[in-house]
Design a protein around this ligand. Sequence first.
Ligand SMILES: *Cc1c(COP(=O)(O)O)cnc(C)c1O
Length: 371
Amino acid sequence: MNKILAHTYYRGRVAMHAQLRALGVGADHEVAIQAFTCLAVPEGVMATGAKPVYVDITSDGFNMDPESLRKRISSRTRAIVVQHTFGIPAPMNEILDIAQEHGLPVIEDCCHSLSGAYKGKTLGSMGVSAFYSFEWGKPIVAGIGGAAVANNDRLNSALLAEYSSYRNPGSIRQLKIELQYMAFSVLYRPAWFWPVRSAFQLLARLGAAEGNFNAIDTIEDAAPDFSMKMAPRSVARLTRSISGLDAVTKHSNSISKAYRERIKPNAVIHPGVDDDDSVVFARYPLRVNNKELVLKLAKNANIELAEWYSTPIHPVPLEVGQAVFYEVGSCPNAERRAAETVSLPTHPRVSLAYVQKVASFFDNIESTGLR
Ligand SMILES: *Cc1c(COP(=O)(O)O)cnc(C)c1O
């Protein structure tokens, strides 16, 4: 885990961008990424000058479908970014085979997967490199920040060589991050999720908080963000928190197990997990029939239920997906999953009593005949 502290960046997407650049990715190139992701990923690809090409997810899961990947690789493809969505390992053997056939590097997006393993191999250790994020909503929250880990010496040296050109965020930005982190620590608990979320979105719109996503029409102006390091105070928090990762992992495992046992599968579909894998859920995803209504009911009942990813490239509305090179209909599984997925928290502030409250909530939904 100390490797994570070696190269820290302003955000996860900045770490990914640094890795793509170190691999020589730039204009006229393509990078294969999965649909059912967030805007941060194509934004980081586009900041290199390359074009994101979307790979569909599997018909019943949340991760890249190897067959779709095979079809979307072209002579311009220079890298594949593989996401372990919600902490569920992607089918790495198949993906690595395809990558090897084409001589392409694989970068693992471990923003949801600080721990966990695929067939005994630690997530983040199988590609040429991996990147992490430490903002609100991730397994460890340090404020705003990201990290890059290279799994080979050449890439590591290339990252190191560039690293000296990165600068700290400006003092006002650092102050904003500090205030935001303080607010997060005090306010964030499952029962306050909805009001805190509304306040955060309002502050981000007003420019008083660092939002998670740049407005689509400002992506082209986001370049300065991609030359910044993680703020020193966030690095210090990350250093302290990461030593407690085992406890975070254990807690997530016990909460996820309780969700699986207590939420009846009548109103929802639980996530599929391979027996060979060790899955540590960053959030626990459920598939529901009437997502809009379920979210509304959850809000009324003060149940923390997140909507992401609400579109194939969250939060970009489907109709304007072209701004990030997404063609409507090109990834039908991702579109379907976006329309039916909600997720529950697994972080240390979630108690078993809270899980019971969530289970009762879904029992009630079932009795209202949703499914
Ligand atoms: C959060 C996240 C990112 C980007 O992280 P930032 O720190 O916001 O740049 C990338 N990929 C996934 C899957 C994420 O959840």
